[in-house]
Design a protein around this ligand. Structure first.
Ligand code: SF4
Ligand code: MG
Length: 317
């Protein structure tokens, strides 16, 4: 099937006095229409930077240094700001990390949704706006009366649904959701994920779900990409990744899961992620890898397709 999104060799650096921090360092992946793709990895592995880069929202001292992001064949990296502004929300949208806390506290929900739409050139009459906002709220499982409420009158789960409503408001082809459930309790997490899934399926939009909860990922996405130190080290269909993780880091991630009941979080992997300012030579995981070989210290493994649809960057494979 055709691809809706293709990321090629994406590089995003943050320029500091000590030198460039290579937050995303040569990441490639592609998404089919309607697909749900998960990005997992420890904090600081580059997941949120990828999310921002896909929307071209990287701010100085960060910069997209290289690579391409094709959305339906159009390279977003080379668009000017005005062209990019028109695609945001309409073709690719973001539920940013912590988005529910950045709702404007002094504006009613309906007004905020309407502003987001107006900001993207949508013109409707008063009645049409009200009707559309009510419909969007209903789509994410909220009552239309929520339009009249202020953010402080809503629970975390409800605010997250409002953010989802904004993200789907112009029916984009790709929705990027960065840790949409991280501040919520478990039951509410599942409700938010269910809602995201349902609206995504209705729209036929592809989703990139970013998170560190492997349990939630296991039951939500079709494929998973594992990030380590700004790189993708393994990509596989979700079931296969859990059944046969090939990268030692993925193996440790899965082994460190207390269970798959949705409470799984990454913990208990010995050692620390490497500095992205001075990454270790060779395989970035070698200082923590139980299988490290001489070669790993000098030669960086490339991401290779070792089984159909299953990619790994490791000298063992
Ligand atoms: Fe471990 Fe070497 Fe594979 Fe890196 S390349 S994950 S150090 S075995
Ligand atoms: Mg993050």
């Amino acid at each position: 099937m055709a691809e809706v999104l293709r990321v090629e060799d994406l590089r995003v650096y943050y320029h500091t006095e000590a030198g460039p921090v290579k937050a995303v360092n040569g990441v490639s992946f592609a998404l089919k229409p309607g697909e749900r793709f998960g990005l997992v990895g420890e904090s600081g592995s580059g997941k949120s930077t990828i999310a921002l880069a896909l929307l071209r929202l990287i701010r100085p001292p960060g910069r997209i240094e290289g690579g391409a992001i094709y959305l339906d064949g159009v390279n977003l990296v080379t668009l000017d700001e005005e062209e990019m502004r028109r695609l945001r929300l309409a073709r690719i949208s973001l539920v940013a990390q912590g988005a529910m806390n950045s709702l404007n506290p002094v504006k009613r929900i309906g007004e905020q949704i309407e502003l987001a739409l107006r900001d993207h050139g949508v013109q409707m009459s008063r009645i049409e706006f009200d009707r559309y906002v009510a419909e969007l709220l209903q789509r994410v499982g909220l009552r239309p009366e929520v339009a009249k409420m202020f953010p402080h009158e809503l629970s975390g789960g409800m605010k997250q649904r409002v953010c989802t409503a904004i993200a789907i408001s112009l029916e984009p082809q790709v929705i990027v959701a960065d840790e949409p459930t991280s501040a919520l309790d478990v039951v509410v997490q599942w409700q938010v994920i269910d809602t995201l899934r349902r609206v995504q399926e209705e729209l036929g939009a592809a989703v990139i779900l970013i998170g560190h909860d492997m349990g939630l990922m296991a039951q939500t996405v079709d494929r998973i990409g594992v990030m380590y130190a700004g790189k993708l080290v393994e990509i596989a269909p979700t079931r296969e990744l859990f059944r046969e993780p090939l990268h030692p880091y993925t193996q440790l991630l899965i082994a460190s899961l207390p269970s798959l009941d949705g409470k799984g979080e990454l913990r208990g992997i010995p050692g620390l992620p490497p500095s992205l300012l001075n990454p270790p030579p060779g395989c970035p995981f070698h200082p923590r890898c139980p299988f490290v070989m001489e070669r790993c210290r000098v030669e960086e493994p490339v991401l290779r397709e070792v089984l159909p649809g299953h990619w790994v960057a490791c000298h063992l494979h």
